[in-house]
Design a protein. Structure first.
Lengths: 169, 354
């Protein structure tokens, strides 16, 4: 992982995985396959995080998104009998408009990136144990946002439970 | 660590291999990739043999608990019975259900098999005997074990069979639930080490056995018991084997699989059992720490003792019902694990430990 050559190869492979599986998520007819490719896509993103030396982020990505969120999504698909064996249509009449605007956005973004002369790079090396640094920062400097996010998640969870329970008692 | 006796240094072997490949004139990136592939293949081969041995051991222990002999005819006490079984499974017809989901049905055993081996990247088999000492060590193990759940869900879905689907769903619900107390128990150890790296965890327990975390932590035995219960559930073993409860689900998620695909699920299960035992040893029993013998002997010996414990669970306890299982996880294990974590953190903060 230390030399740039193998990092380059790994980056191309991971990017291909992320892009192709991301495309399959929004184009396949079988919703279970879509969920599986979403997992592959998120795993590929975790791989790119590792290339950027953000190991903690990569592990959290796999643990939370692949391990918990996607598994719950598959669970929901399995429990919803209407979805289970049906071929779904992922596009509607706005498909063409959406495609054109997306292409326009990508072209614009690439043009902007090409125009930027100076990119900001981190000048100093990453601390050897950046997981510890993240932990300390979350508990000191970013304490408030961290707690707000926790409260938000709990509120969302309670909201979901209230919705799912319906009207009775 | 004072043991230099028979100390295999895997990292040195790795560099030796890299030098050898570089001398052939291959480019640097290819050499790195090829060396990692070779290292992975070696680890894979050793673990596959280990899984075969564990299957035989399990059968012998089961037999002796039930006052039988178990396999006796193939070699001394039937030692190559599982090798013969594997050869038989290789030759069997690969039965494919007509209305299966072709793509998912094919990939499920592959994902299961690969996921089972991924954790060994950070497994500290001995002093210096580790493939890669990642800074996120234990978190990496927790992350990659989630792929096992996905493979079980894939197998359940792809088989297009109600028993398989139920088995897959049960296993997902179970593993997601038991992950919570398991992580809380592991965090109790992490609070005392101050690092997620497996090597750091083991080195924090160096010295006499009194330094092992099961004795050193304020409530070490509680953390260990919570971990081992949750780990048994994660490995889908009795008394938490509702994903493949024979009496209810015939065989659970792997019902439609035969031949080598079935063997892949079967071996992965045993590799998973070895993984959770090895992590238990790393976290609570001092990992490779020990005297006189080489470090990897200590590690394997301790791990086999924990595996023995899990096997004895399997053949002595009855299976829990689905609702009892969930109740036990959420109403007993989770509060216990978190109380233990909070108490442990407070005592660490106040310095009430040695």
């Amino acid at each position: 992982m230390s030399d740039p050559g193998s990092v380059g190869i790994a980056f191309w492979i991971l990017s291909a995985i992320v892009l192709i599986s991301g495309l399959l998520v929004v184009s396949l007819k079988n919703i279970f396959h879509c969920a599986l490719f979403l997992m592959l896509c998120l795993t590929g993103v975790a791989g790119i995080f590792i290339l950027l030396h953000a190991e903690f982020l990569a592990a959290a990505q796999v643990l939370v998104y692949v391990g918990a969120v996607s598994v719950l999504m598959i669970f929901a698909v399995m429990l919803t009998s209407n979805l289970a064996r049906k071929k779904i249509v992922q596009t509607n009449q706005n498909a063409l408009v959406a495609f054109v605007s997306c292409v326009a956005f990508v072209v614009g973004a690439l043009w902007l990136i090409k125009g930027t002369e100076v990119w900001k790079f981190a000048t100093e090396a990453l601390p050897a144990n950046n997981t510890m640094t993240i932990g300390k920062l979350l508990m000191t400097e970013f304490m408030l946002p961290f707690e707000v996010v926790s409260v938000l998640l709990v509120a969302a969870m309670i909201g979901a439970i209230v919705l799912a329970r319906g009207e009775e008692a | 660590m004072s043991d230099n006796l028979g100390n295999l240094e895997l990292i040195h072997v790795f560099y030796w291999l890299k030098e050898l490949l570089l001398s052939t004139g291959l480019g640097e990136p290819y050499v790195t990739i090829v060396s990692y592939v070779v290292l992975g293949a070696v680890t894979f081969g050793v673990l596959a043999l280990l899984a075969l041995f564990l299957v035989w051991w399990e059968r012998k222990i089961a037999a002796h608990i039930q006052q039988r002999f178990g396999p006796m005819r193939t070699g001394w006490h039937g030692w190559y019975q599982t090798i013969m079984d594997a050869v038989k499974l290789l030759q069997k017809e690969d039965v494919r259900v007509d209305k299966r989901d072709k793509f998912v049905f094919f990939w499920a055993p592959v994902v299961c098999f690969v996921a089972a081996f991924l954790a060994y990247v950070v497994m500290p088999f001995g002093n210096q005997l580790i493939v890669a000492d990642l800074s996120i060590g234990i978190l990496y193990v927790l992350a990659v074990t989630t792929f096992t759940v996905i493979s079980l869900l894939m197998a359940g879905w792809g088989s297009n069979n109600k028993y398989a689907l139920l088995g897959g769903m049960r296993s997902a619900a179970q593993v997601v639930s038991y992950e919570v107390p398991m992580v809380a128990a592991i965090l109790t150890v992490i609070v005392y080490v101050g690092s997620l790296s497996m090597v750091d965890i083991v080195e924090a327990q160096s010295g006499l056995f009194i330094n092992w975390f099961i004795f050193k932590l304020p409530f070490g035995p509680i953390a260990f018991i919570v971990y081992i219960i949750a780990a048994t559930a994660e490995a889908n073993r009795v008394p938490f084997d509702i994903p493949e409860a024979e009496q209810e689900l015939v065989a659970g998620f792997n019902i439609e699989y035969s031949g080598m695909k079935f063997a892949m699920f079967f071996l992965a299960e045993f590799v998973n059992m070895f993984t959770v035992s090895a992590i238990a040893v790393t976290l609570f029993f001092g990992g490779w720490n020990g005297v006189f013998l080489p470090s990897w002997v200590w590690f394997l010996g301790k791990t086999f003792l924990v595996v023995l414990l899990l096997m004895m669970f399997r053949w002595t306890y009855p299976r829990l019902r689905v609702d009892q299982l969930m109740e036990f996880a959420w109403k007993f294990l989770v509060p216990l694990a978190f109380a233990n974590l909070i108490l442990g953190s407070i005592m660490k903060y106040l310095g009430w430990y040695w």
